[in-house]
Design a protein around this ligand. Sequence first.
Ligand code: SAH
Length: 360
Amino acid sequence: MSNKIKYQPICSTTFKPNTPDIKELSRDQLVAWLKDQGLKPFRAVQILRWIYLHQADTFDEMTDLGEELRKLLSHHFTINRLEKAKVETSQDGSRKYLFRLEDGKHVESVLIPEKDHYTLCISSQVGCAQGCRFCLTAKGGFVRNLSKGEIIAQVRDIANHLDDTMRLTNIVLMGMGEPLANYRNVIEAVKILTDSDTGLGFSSRKITISTAGLVPRLADLGRELTVNLAISLNATDNETRSMLMPINRKYPVETLLDACAQYPLLPRRRITFEYVLIKGVNDSKQDAERLAGLLRPIQAKINLIPFNTYQGCEFERPQESVINDFKEILTQKHYTVIIRHSKGQDISAACGQLSGKYDA
Ligand code: SAH
């Protein structure tokens, strides 16, 4: 561990037990609640703008609401922030946030500085049920789904507390958990993230949902959202993929890729295929050739992720030359290929290294 890593334990929460977080409500639900109280729908717009545009922490700040309504809201709802149990900064500038949730469970989000913007990698579940053999999050098993409010809060809490002028523009659901296994909460959270009127106003083009391949949910996702889709493919034959990713036994490679070929894409959009390169497992030239062939019917681009090691892992990262050869084969076949050298490895913030463990 380098001595450049900073630890910044920060605590903040407005949590009141048994009072719901207003962020769990959609705009329509808030309108309905207001109607029950004999109040007009436009109040919902005011309230939500306070929460997402002005980052209000209390209803008292909502000065255009009138005292009675502010009191009523305070009585029925809270505006929760997540408790930052720990923030670690890597030598490469990426920052890992460990959040303690109301029930004492933990999740992690990673803020990654790019050339001219930040990307935030957020979690969708505490733990994960997919059991992918190479992923550290999987080792802890599944604990629970994150609520819609908890998913939004990872973004809301970080977005406006950046200490420099570079903006957070990109969100990837590539942290802990399988987003499509927490489908409804993820969809509703993304709707708030992309709502430019009363939400956080992110562009759908800058949000990516990554999945291990829950095939039946892909069609639903394509109908409901226009965010980017990333598929963790990670192997080109069923035997290897089933060994690495148990979900492949249910939805094998050909079923998954058929669903991808049918996925409704907006013009000029492509599906990203993530491929974790593991030494001696899926990194041969034949794998690269097969991958090129498999993705032919799909508007695809490819992210190669050299395997990130962690204590006790059974796999290794291929040599640089093997990684480059793999890329070269795909590039020659006219694919757009990026080698994603994950950031934040010194603080275990890289792909597949999030454990959500609190060890102060
Ligand atoms: N469950 C979703 C979201 C997690 S994304 C999914 O599977 O897509 C996490 C990404 O990191 C996935 O593409 C996964 O294949 C990759 N990954 C997991 N463990 C890794 C490791 N040790 N090294 C590199 N990449 C890893």
